[in-house]
Ligand binder design. Structure first.
Ligand SMILES: O=C(O)CCC(=O)C(=O)O
Ligand SMILES: [Fe+2]
Length: 205
């Protein structure tokens, strides 16, 4: 049921088997020891996200009252983010086909009911030519994919644990978001919920 569409979007359910998923959960736990999950607030409104975030990589995606941006250090303590672990770099190399390595792995933790991510575009990077590689672990997320304009029609995908998605070509700049979780649909994470990892190139290679 792997799908490739001519807009460059690839939907790859079952890309990671159970063992690979468990290994990535352990990888995320190690990252979170060095860079604890935090709840960012949105610029201007100061309203908190409904999900917790952390990063690995030379640059991490952050949000505060001022802006959405990439930072080489963790806002909470000024320390660098942990390096992107090798298994994640391998996924990037396999799935992105890009000449340069990912610089950021943003990790989103959707803890349960009410955790969502409104429709947005990933546009804080300098390099829009590099694809975005998206990996899901734990509870199924209801993912919404639109088009280049906010008003474009959207499609919804149930994104199960182990699914990889690649946003290349035109789909790199498509609006997207997560409406909700199917809470309790997976037993991968001991505390439940969903982890989403996005591997990103930020600077021009
Ligand atoms: O959780 C997801 O699948 C989407 C995450 C996302 O769009 C983002 O982190 O920018
Ligand atoms: Fe996004």
């Amino acid at each position: 049921m792997n799908r490739v569409t001519d807009d460059g979007f690839r939907f790859l359910p079952g890309h990671l088997d159970r063992a690979a998923q468990e290994a990535l959960v352990a990888v995320v736990a190690r990252i979170a020891e060095e860079a604890p999950f935090t709840r960012f607030v949105m610029p201007r409104t100061g309203r908190p996200f409904s999900i917790d975030m952390t990063n690995a990589g030379s640059l991490g995606w952050i949000a505060d009252r001022q802006s959405y941006r990439y930072s080489p250090v963790q806002p909470a303590n000024g320390r660098p983010w942990p390096a992107i672990p090798e298994p994640l770099l391998r996924l990037w190399r396999d799935l992105s086909g890009y000449a340069h390595d990912a610089e950021c792995c943003l990790i989103n933790h959707y803890r349960g009911e009410g955790a969502r991510l409104s429709l947005h575009r990933d546009e804080d990077e300098e390099d829009f030519d590099a694809p975005i590689v998206n990996i899901s672990l734990g509870d199924t997320g209801i993912f919404r994919l639109g088009g280049p304009a906010r008003r474009d029609p959207t499609r919804s995908f149930a994104v199960e644990s182990g699914t990889a998605m690649v946003f290349a070509g035109p789909s790199r700049m498509f609006y997207h978001g997560v409406d909700r979780l199917r809470v309790g649909s997976s037993r991968l994470l001991p505390e439940g919920g969903r982890l989403n990892l996005t591997l990103r190139r930020v600077t021009r290679g």
